[in-house]
Design a binder for this molecule. Structure first.
Ligand code: GDP
Ligand code: IMO
Ligand code: MG
Length: 432
């Protein structure tokens, strides 16, 4: 049966999507990234070695998988080249299994420079971007003046590049004096040109046909999201968001598939909440508790190394994310990190202007939105020894019952450590 399942983040990114895609990959023939770019950092462990992927889908270490980068993704050729070189250092030969949609847009060095200029000019209102050029590249796409992967094959590519560069440099000069920017354009250009050379040797395809041929042949596709629902350009905490549609519907746009193919939607959430970059985060714990979660969870960005803000799980936000994505299967990661806590909390509603609400307000940035918490006894246990979801410690079982009741969706996977096999599955799916 032709099926596309989607896996995406339900919070502010870094929910552990990469690890879960790696686990689910055995059931699919194709894994397809549908949006975002090298702002993403998806962490996997292969043969005990940590690998962080930025563009390449997270099933890459399974020999049977076809890896597809859809046209909804924006690509930094220099970063992609480095990623391929990193994988070359393992037992996997990624090139024959990697396919890239020609309609994907290219991140140019001056897109990254523009990103820095815009952020610097915003001062205290900055988004906290990863400065990977994501916003300016999607802006050019929407303005209908971007360069696409397929353009690298045209004889006038250099001319087009020079025209885009000149346009960007003018834009930058209007924002900030170039000597105030800490950006080495020459070095970035050299790195990028090197990447473009590699890109030209990869398999560049008409992505829509590429995927449909596989679907018609009965293959199963897993669409891998980047970032998280609360960073979605339309539905996230605007303007503190990324520049693409991170939600399930984004997989149709970003891959060129009809919604009628979509079956399961895996929504990944941490057992708590983190956010990196600026913007509202109601349950943020700017105190010792937050620091304890950060240290226990190693909450530092996989792409930029920045410390992530940490706080308790935010259920109104999660319920909203479940709703807008149509989540069929909930995956909760980093449950082990809360094992050291005597009690854990969940935000079950917000109070705002004296009212209690379980709905996300129009603008989470508004003053006076306060989380209302409920406490639960902790599970203080080594969770690796539990065979399946039916035999968990009572405290954890009760907590999960509460979450499932609140969110009206079942948890099908608990992740209890960074390694591939550190999972607790439903009894019928658990491997002995
Ligand atoms: P992604 O962007 O959603 O793929 O997530 P990241 O890779 O940015 O961040 C998740 C981090 O948590 C990585 O360092 C993972 O290795 C790690 N991780 C994933 N799941 C678990 C888990 O269940 N427990 C622990 N302790 N670490 C985990
Ligand atoms: P993965 O896929 C966490 C955040 C940035 C910033 C905002 C906009 O690893 O979960 P951008 O670079 O897109 O202009 O940044 O979005 N951000 C992420 N936070 N995980 C990510 O990806 C992120 N990608 C972008 O920190 O706040
Ligand atoms: Mg990440």
């Amino acid at each position: 049966m032709s099926v596309v399942d989607v896996l995406l983040g339900l919070q502010w990114g870094d929910e552990g999507k990469g690890k879960i895609v790696d686990h689910l990959a055995h059931d699919y023939q194709v894994i397809a990234r549908f949006q975002g770019g090298p702002n993403a950092g998806h962490t996997l462990y292969h043969n005990g070695v940590k690998i962080v992927l930025h563009h390449i889908p997270s099933g890459v270490f399974h020999p049977h998988i076809v890896n597809f980068i859809g046209h909804g993704v924006v690509i930094d050729a220099g970063t992609l080249k480095n990623e391929i070189l990193k994988i070359d250092g393992t037992d996997v030969d990624v090139r024959p299994k990697l396919f890239i949609a020609k309609k994907a847009h290219l991140i140019l060095p001056t897109h990254k420079m523009l990103d820095s200029a815009k952020e610097q000019a915003k001062g205290k209102d900055k988004i906290g971007s990863t400065l990977r050029g994501i916003g300016p590249t999607y802006t050019d796409k929407a303005s209908r003046c971007g360069l696409r992967v397929g353009d690298v094959l045209r004889s006038d590519f250099e001319e087009r590049y020079q025209a885009a560069k000149a346009r960007h440099l003018k834009q930058i000069a209007n924002i900030i004096a170039v000597d105030q920017l800490d950006f080495d354009l020459e070095a970035e250009e050299a790195r990028w040109r090197d990447g473009i050379e590699t890109l030209c040797q990869l398999q560049l395809v008409d992505g829509e046909y590429f995927l449909h041929q596989r679907l018609e042949a009965g293959q199963k596709v897993l669409a891998e999201g980047a970032q998280g629902t609360m960073l979605d350009i339309d539905l996230g905490t605007y303007p503190f968001v990324t520049s693409s549609n991170t939600i399930a519907a984004g997989s149709c746009n970003g891959l060129g598939i009809s919604p009628r193919y979509i079956d399961r939607v895996y929504g990944v959430t941490k057992a708590y909440c983190t956010r990196v970059g600026n913007g509202p985060f109601p349950t943020n714990l700017d105190n010792e508790e937050g620091e304890a979660i950060r240290q226990a969870g190693g909450e530092f960005g996989a792409t930029t190394g920045r410390p992530r803000d940490c706080g308790w799980i935010d259920l109104p936000a999660l319920k909203y994310a479940v709703m807008v994505n149509g989540v069929t299967d909930l995956v909760m990661t980093k449950v082990d990190i809360l094992s050291g806590f005597e009690s854990v909390k969940a935000c079950v509603a917000y109070s705002w202007n004296g009212d209690r609400t379980e709905e996300l307000p129009y603008d989470l940035c508004m003053q006076g939105i306060e989380p209302i918490y409920q406490s639960f006894p902790g599970w203080g246990d080594n969770l690796n020894s539990y065979a399946n979801l039916d035999v968990l410690p009572d405290t954890l079982s009760n907590y999960i019952d509460f979450l499932e009741n609140y969110l009206k969706v079942k948890i099908s996977i608990l992740s209890v450590g960074p390694n591939r096999d550190e999972l607790i599955l439903a009894a019928n799916e658990a491997v002995a």
